[in-house]
Design a protein around this ligand. Structure first.
Ligand code: HEM
Length: 456
C-alpha cells in the first residue's frame, strides 16, 4: 500500500489481493465511481466509463444483457466475416512479397473493421483504403481521448475546471460528431424503414432490462478467471437494485456505441499484437496453437462458437498475453465516503482516489514465478488453481469490470485460430527483444512490434 499525490489529488495505491477485493467487491457501494472528470459534450459525457452514481448504475444495468454469451453468439457471424476479409487481404499481401509486418498496424486494421461492423453496421475496407475517413477520424478521436483523459486526471482540479482548459483541450469534438451524426442517421433509417440488423446498435435499440438478475446463467461459464463466489454475487446483486428504467435514450445509445468502439478497438489490437509477437519468438507455442485449432475446424473450414470458447490452449495463450501485457496498466476507483481499509488502520477519506497497479501485480514473483517469462501453461486447466484470487486483473473485477470481456475474447480467439492455420510468424532483425515500451500511464504500448510472416 502506498500513498501518493497525482499532482494536487491525494491517491492511494493498493496491491494486496484481500484489500483489492474489499475495494472492487465487498465495499463496492463505497467505490462505485472512477475519479475521472466528466466532460461537457452532449454525447461523450454519457460514456459508461465516465458515468457516476445512479447514472452509471442505470446505464450498466440496461446495457449488460447486450453482452451476454447468448448475444455474443449472435455477433459471431459478423465477426467471422471480418476475420475472413482480414485473412484474404493478408494472404494477398504475402503473395505479393510482404514478408514483415508491424503488428499494431496490422491488428488495428482488423479490430477497427470488427468494431465498425459490430457497433456502427459499417464495412470500413480498412485494408485497401487506410485513408478512409472512418479510420482516420477514429484514430484522431481515440489517440486524443487518451491524452485528454491523462490531462484531466493528472492536472490539478483548479486548472481542469477553468473555462480556458475546457475550451482549448476538451471541446475539439468535430471528429466525435462525425461518428455521432453517422450513427444517428443509421438509427433514423432503421426506425423509418423498420429495418433490423445484427449489431450492437440494434441490440442497444432493442434491449429492455429484464426483471431480476441482469446476467444469464451461461455467462458464468465464460468468466475468464473472474471470481464468481458468494461475495461477488452479492455485490453484483446489490449494485443494480432499484433500477426502474428499462430502456436507454437515443443519446445514451449513441454514447455506448461510441464507447465500445474506442476501448474495443484499441485494447483488443494491443492484445493481439503482443500475442502474435510472442508466437513469433516461440515457435513451439505456434505449433501448439496450430495443432489445437486444426482439430476444431469442421469440414467447411468453420469453427463453432461453443468449440472455440472451450479450447484450453488458445485460452491460456490469451490469458498469459493479458497477464504479461495488460492493456490497462492500472484500475481506478474513488471513495464515495470515509472507509477503513481492512484491519490496516488506514482510513481512505471521501474523494480520495485508489489505484490498483495491475501491471505490477501481474509481474510479482510471489504470484507468478519467473514473471517476465511468457508461459501460457500457467493458465492451463491443471494449473489454474495456483492463481491467487485478485492477482489476475486484465479486465478489472467486481460489478464495474470490463463489460466487453466476452466480446474481446471472442474477437481475439477467432482471428488467432484462423491466422495460425495459414501463416507462420518469426523473429527478424527489426523485432525488438525485449519490447521497447513507450512512456504512458494509461495503456501498455510498445514503440513498434515488427515480426516476419510467411505462408504455412
Ligand atoms: C482485451 C481487450 C480489453 C481489455 C483488456 C479491457 C480492459 C478493461 C478494463 C481493465 C476496464 C476497467 C475495469 C475496472 O475498472 O474494474 C474496462 C472497462 C470497460 N471496457 Fe474493456 N477491455 C477490453 C475490451 C473491451 C471491449 C471490446 C469493449 C466493448 C465492446 C470494452 C468496453 C468497456 C467498457 C464500456 C468499460 C467501462 C465499464 C464500466 O465503467 O462499467 N472493453 N475494460
Amino acid at each position: 500500500m502506498d500513498r501518493m499525490f497525482v499532482f494536487a489529488k491525494p491517491s492511494l495505491m493498493v496491491a494486496d489481493p484481500e484489500l483489492i477485493k474489499q475495494i472492487l467487491v465487498k465495499d463496492f457501494h463505497s467505490f462505485r465511481n472512477r475519479p475521472i472528470t466528466k466532460d461537457n459534450h452532449k454525447i461523450t459525457s454519457k460514456l459508461m466509463n465516465y458515468a457516476r452514481n445512479d447514472d452509471w448504475k442505470r446505464v450498466r444495468a440496461i446495457v449488460t444483457p447486450t453482452f451476454s454469451s447468448a448475444k455474443m453468439r449472435q455477433l459471431y457471424a459478423p465477426i467471422n466475416r471480418c476475420c475472413n476479409d482480414f485473412l484474404k487481404s493478408l494472404d494477398k499481401d504475402v503473395s505479393n512479397g510482404v514478408n514483415e509486418v508491424e503488428l499494431k498496424r496490422l491488428m488495428g486494421a482488423y479490430t477497427m473493421d470488427v468494431m465498425a461492423s459490430c457497433a456502427f453496421a459499417t464495412k470500413t475496407n480498412t485494408y485497401a483504403d487506410p485513408n478512409n475517413p472512418f479510420i482516420t477520424k477514429a484514430n484522431n478521436v481515440f489517440s486524443s481521448f487518451i491524452w485528454k483523459t491523462v490531462l484531466q486526471v493528472t492536472l490539478p482540479t483548479f486548472i481542469v475546471n477553468t473555462s480556458i482548459f475546457r475550451r482549448i483541450v476538451m471541446t475539439n469534438y468535430s471528429d466525435v460528431d462525425f461518428f455521432i451524426d453517422f450513427a444517428r442517421s443509421i438509427i433514423k433509417k432503421r426506425r423509418d424503414n423498420k429495418e433490423k440488423h445484427n449489431d450492437f446498435l440494434q441490440l442497444l435499440m432493442d434491449v429492455e432490462r429484464p426483471e431480476g438478475d441482469i446476467r444469464e446463467a451461461s455467462d458464468a461459464n465464460e468468466a475468464h478467471h473472474v471470481n464468481e463466489g458468494k461475495d461477488e454475487m452479492k455485490a453484483y446483486a446489490e449494485a443494480f437494485t432499484g433500477v426502474l428504467e428499462k430502456k436507454l435514450t437515443e443519446d445514451e445509445i449513441l454514447a455506448q456505441c461510441f464507447q465500445f468502439f474506442g476501448p474495443g478497438y484499441e485494447s483488443v489490437a494491443i492484445t493481439l499484437s503482443y500475442c502474435t509477437y510472442e508466437l513469433a519468438l516461440n515457435p513451439g507455442l505456434q505449433d501448439r496453437l496450430y495443432e489445437e485449432t486444426k482439430e476444431a475446424f469442421n469440414e467447411k473450414g468453420e469453427m463453432d462458437y461453443e468449440v472455440l470458447s472451450r479450447l484450453p490452449f488458445i485460452h491460456s495463450l490469451l490469458s498469459e498475453t493479458l497477464r504479461n501485457y495488460p492493456p490497462t496498466l492500472r484500475l481506478q476507483r474513488e471513495a464515495m465516503g470515509d472507509v477503513m481499509l481492512g484491519d490496516t488502520g488506514v482510513k481512505i477519506e471521501k474523494g480520495v482516489s485508489v489505484e490498483i497497479p495491475v501491471y505490477a501485480i501481474h509481474h510479482d514473483p510471489d504470484y507468478y514465478p519467473d514473471p517476465f517469462t511468457f508461459n501460457p501453461d500457467r493458465f492451463m486447466p491443471e494449473n489454474r488453481d495456483h492463481i491467487q484470487p485478485y492477482t489476475y486483473l486484465p479486465f478489472g473485477s467486481g460489478p464495474r469490470n470490463c463489460i466487453g470481456m466476452r466480446f474481446a475474447l471472442l474477437e481475439a480467439k477467432l482471428v488467432l485460430a484462423n491466422i495460425s492455420q495459414k501463416f507462420l510468424f518469426s523473429r527478424v532483425t527489426d523485432t525488438d527483444v525485449p519490447v521497447i515500451f513507450t512512456n504512458g500511464r494509461a495503456l501498455c504500448q510498445a514503440k513498434r512490434l515488427v515480426v516476419g510472416i510467411q505462408k504455412r
